[in-house]
Design a protein around this ligand. Structure first.
Ligand code: HEC
Length: 126
């Protein structure tokens, strides 16, 4: 019986590990398919004097910035679809990124996919 429990426990652990990796791969593929990865990367590049700013905020920096904000997933899903606009009010990364703003992605990605991607991105803050 104990062996059976141990086997079940290990199987469940493997499933969990596989689930996280599979989700990561699926989300990275989605970000590639929908062109997000042209501008965004997972990690921010290491800072150095001769380095240009990144085009767009890294996924992990976005997760850190909005950590603990319950409505962030909704708000950022809308921003992904609508874009940030050029007005300084809409810009949350001014002077931290090279691109002047983000265009609307509504013709690229559905609301459902944008929300799934945001849910995953916001989980990357550990
Ligand atoms: C052409 C470049 C480009 C592409 C493609 C792009 N983004 Fe962005 N994105 C940016 C820039 C630049 C910013 C920072 C805008 C600002 O200053 O607030 C940004 C900001 C964001 C933010 C943070 C918004 C905020 O208000 O903090 C999220 C989330 C985001 N992008 C998700 C996505 C997703 C998801 C996709 C793909 C569907 C995508 N982006 C495609 C350039 C891009």
């Amino acid at each position: 019986m104990r062996v059976l429990f141990a086997a079940l426990f290990i199987a469940a652990g493997q499933r969990l590990a596989y689930g996280a990796d599979a989700l990561r791969e699926e989300m990275l593929n989605l970000a590639n398919d929908k062109s997000c990865s042209l501008c965004h990367s997972i990690e921010s590049p290491k800072a150095s004097a001769d380095r240009l700013l990144p085009f767009a905020p890294a996924w992990k920096d976005i997760a850190r910035k909005y950590r603990g904000q319950k409505e962030a997933e909704d708000r950022l899903t809308r921003i992904v679809l609508g874009g940030t606009g050029a007005s300084p009010d809409g810009r949350h990364w001014q002077n931290k990124v090279r691109d002047p703003f983000m265009l609307s992605n509504a013709s690229e990605i559905s609301e459902v996919d944008a929300r799934r991607l945001m849910h995953w991105i916001l989980s990357l803050d550990q």
